[in-house]
Write a protein that binds this ligand. Structure first.
Ligand SMILES: C[S@@+](CC[C@H](N)C(=O)[O-])C[C@H]1O[C@@H](n2cnc3c(N)ncnc32)[C@H](O)[C@@H]1O
Length: 190
């Protein structure tokens, strides 16, 4: 079950909206992070740079074969061997990753699902204690050049409520200029 309004424009247009290394740095994704899961990797806009930063493996999930193939080609072109691509519906079938197995979950431009708690609960299940979930989304501002319709676009305070309800604790918030915000939460120690 594809997340509503989760199609993206061409790769060139999409990648014009972000400075991926700045976003990853702001959200604490660096060499101290070992294994990562990414829900909805799209063109690999953040997968490829994240793979160059972390010390372990990034599990990149997408429901669209075209997206998985694009990331596969980009990974091969960059000589990256620490990306595991999973063609999978994480809403219907979950991530398929083991309980307590990753250090970071990336929920980037994807939390506008009808039931965002599904992704947050699944993130909580697979994260190790002290593991983090990083959320980025379009600013709650109708003048952004893209983004889900305002009626379903998450506000930072909603992300906060949903994450706390799933059991996470708040870590940080970021203004990811020009069009996005970021919020990071952690799974408490057991
Ligand atoms: C808006 S794009 C964001 C891509 C990437 N996270 C980024 O920020 O560049 C959402 C991606 O999630 C994927 N997606 C949507 N629903 C999904 C589902 N149920 N299971 C797996 N992937 C899904 C879409 O195919 C699309 O590639």
């Amino acid at each position: 079950m594809k997340v509503r309004e989760s199609d993206i424009p061409t790769e060139e247009v999409w990648e014009g909206f972000f400075e991926p290394f700045e976003v990853l740095s702001a959200l604490g994704i660096d060499g101290a992070v070992v294994d990562v899961a990414e829900f909805g990797c799209g063109y690999g806009t953040f997968t490829i740079p994240a793979a160059t930063l972390i010390s372990g493996t990034i599990y990149a999930i997408d429901i669209e074969p075209e997206m998985i193939n694009t990331v596969k080609d980009r990974a091969q072109g960059s000589g990256l061997t620490n990306i595991v691509l999973l063609l999978r519906d994480f809403i219907a079938d979950g991530s398929g990753l083991a309980d307590v197995s990753v250090d970071y979950v990336m929920l980037f431009n994807i939390l506008h699902d009808e039931r965002p708690e599904r992704m947050l609960n699944e993130s909580y299940r697979i994260l190790k204690p002290k593991g983090r979930v990083g959320i980025i989304h379009w600013n709650y501002d109708s003048s952004t050049p893209r983004g889900p319709p305002m009626g379903i676009r998450p506000k930072p305070e909603q992300c906060y409520e949903w994450a706390l309800r799933a059991g996470f604790t708040y870590v940080s918030s970021n203004d990811l200029k020009p069009y996005h915000y970021g919020v990071v939460f952690a799974k408490p120690e057991a």
